[in-house]
Design a protein around this ligand. Structure first.
Ligand SMILES: Nc1ncnc2c1ncn2[C@@H]1O[C@H](COP(=O)(O)OP(=O)(O)O)[C@@H](O)[C@H]1O
Ligand SMILES: [Mg+2]
Length: 316
């Protein structure tokens, strides 16, 4: 299996549950594993009954497993401060306030959230050395899809900026020919250095997602979830990314044959409906179904998590 594994899907389908179960499975098989959660509701804390923060922390009582929770709001704030600082170093003091205002406005546009999160994902992928497996509990629908398209989009943009900046530095050098010292030099130019760094970072991300990442989608046996899954598969394909498998979660357990009360009848009819949905998933989707997991009486945690992990037909 690739080093980076993503579990996506709509809110509530079971991404956190599946990525926790898969992370546990990897850890139990001896792989040094990190689960990266981006859920502002901190649901990994519920699954493992332990508080986490934005640095990897070992899960108590489970060898080889660590969890980090990235808070998207905090990440956006941090991104904002870091961008202000980096730009502030490069402009005259008179410009700083104006630049700060521009940066704040840019951070309120749609996509800023994803951009900030994406930077953090890249950091995690770059510092992957201590881990054999990193499991991302995140959705490749909507915002995250835009996020995945960022490298390609920004690549061209940064190239053009870089070119312009190089030209402008050349002009400065030429203009300074009469002086003893040219006022600006290509070598060590801070803006070129920063653009170059961003470009390399996005190139790295693009390559890593294409070559070292596997994508799974969690789906519930209902029409809305199935439709959403189709869209997510197409969206990922638009970015050259293939979905490796579908984990069907929250299937209704079948009643025994002699249960003919209202509850029994309801369950039987519900199971019949879900069977049609399952057939659709098996018959009309390219990615294979890698798990069929029943709804448990309680939230999936503790020993239930091991049980679910065993039902997940995803290689470690
Ligand atoms: N198979 C299941 N049986 C019972 N509860 C489940 C199952 N899968 C998920 N849940 C519960 O459903 C809720 C949402 O699941 P979660 O994994 O947090 O979804 P997501 O991360 O996609 O929003 C959680 O309370 C979780 O414990
Ligand atoms: Mg979640």
């Amino acid at each position: 299996m690739e080093r980076f594994v993503f579990f996506g899907g709509k809110g509530g389908v079971g991404k956190t549950t599946m990525s926790s179960a898969y992370g546990l499975k990897c850890a139990r098989s001896g792989l040094e594993t990190l689960i990266v959660s981006t859920d502002p509701a901190h649901s990994t804390a519920d699954v493992f009954d332990q508080e986490f923060d934005d640095e990897p922390r070992p899960v108590q009582g489970i060898d080889n497993l660590s969890v980090m929770e990235i808070d998207p709001d905090e990440e956006l704030e941090r991104h904002l401060m870091e961008t202000k600082r980096a730009m502030g170093d490069q402009v005259s003091p008179a410009m700083v306030n104006e630049i700060d205002r521009q940066i704040e406005m840019a951070h309120q546009t749609p996509g800023a959230y994803e951009a900030a999160l994406f930077d953090r994902f890249i950091d995690v992928m770059r510092d992957a050395d201590p881990y054999d497996r990193i499991v991302f509990d995140t959705s490749p629908t909507g915002g995250t899809l835009r996020l995945l398209s960022l490298p390609k989009f920004l690549h061209g943009w940064v190239e053009r900026l870089l070119h312009k900046r190089q030209q402008s530095v050349k002009l400065f050098e030429r203009a300074a020919i009469g002086n003893q010292e040219p006022r600006r030099m290509m070598e060590g130019d801070p803006i070129i250095a920063r653009l170059q760094e961003r470009k390399e970072m996005f190139e790295f991300a693009n390559e890593t997602l294409q070559e070292e990442a596997a994508f799974y989608l969690v789906v519930n046996p209902d029409q809305l979830s199935i439709r959403e899954t189709r869209r997510a598969i197409d969206g990922l394909a638009d970015h050259g990314l293939t979905v490796r498998g579908l984990a069907v979660n929250k299937l209704t357990p079948e009643p025994d044959d002699d249960e003919n009360g209202r509850g029994g009848r309801f369950l039987r009819e519900r199971v019949a409906t879900e069977r049609e949905r399952l057939e659709e998933l098996h018959g009309t989707f390219d990615p294979p179904v890698v798990a069929e997991i029943e709804t448990r009486v309680r939230e999936v945690k503790g020993s239930l998590l091991d049980e679910v992990a065993a039902e997940l037909d995803v290689a470690v």
